[in-house]
Design a protein. Sequence first.
Length: 322
Amino acid sequence: MSASIDPGFVRVQLAAAGGRISAVSVVSERPVVAQVLLGRPADDAVRLVPLLFALCGKAQGRAADLALAAARGRECTAQLDPAIRAEAMREHLWRWLLDLPPLLDETPLHAEFVTAFGCIIAGQHAELAALLDDPRIKALRRRLAEVEDVADAALRCLPSLDAQSSLALWPRFDAGFCRAPHWQGQAAETGALARRQGRAPTSDSAFASRWLARLEELRDWAAGIEKVGAGGTASAVQAAPGRGRALVETARGLLMHEIVLDGECIADYFIVAPTEWNFHPQGPLAGWLIGRDACNRAELQTFSARAVAALDPCVRWELEWL
């Protein structure tokens, strides 16, 4: 986001009893950015949206554009957007080559990131495929399998959705849904792992499966496998006269914008971001942490950092002890 708006953070609070984690609270404490847009001329508000987000700015901007167009009656069937697709691939590369190595006590691969992102920008599929088979990437995969991980006891992922089909699940958005979105009354996860439902599993372990799902999306791009529903997919529908909804699949998962117009001004604006799905209070993070040994807090901090990174928030996170 811009310097004028604090992007907020994910707060993870732990309580211990008998030497083990007895309670976990996960809260996304982020400002309601949409409030900044209320009352503004619609076109001005939409132009402001990508400036408010430091990450996935293209996806945010495209979602705003599509939602406004849909509110005016111009819908968009689900399709891959090349700019959003490239942005999602860049985010995956950043996570794998810059963020993952330090979590595994390895050195970030800065030069490799620059080269790989250059391949994305230039559309050099074969070159990226070769880089993803580099021994250093394979070494990261091996290290990923070696560190402590957990099993996914009850994996619950969002199904593949477009804007039209989302109306049957959520006819209208409201502020409460934006803070804690739900599918069929329960928390659900979104992102690369969710998008790979029905395909061969990448790992039985929670952290590794999410990292490997991102890598497989990169491999799909390198192989020229670009199907609607993958990262970069966008769609929009007019939910009612003057109300438009857009869905965009970002690197971190499903992003939804809904605009309500009063004439040519913004009467209401709702944004449901992937972080609110993946860091839902009843989401997977609490299950991974509850019951863990709380005696060595340094080790628990390391484990928590890996757990949070597996879910990939779009803001910073903080760990607190109650």
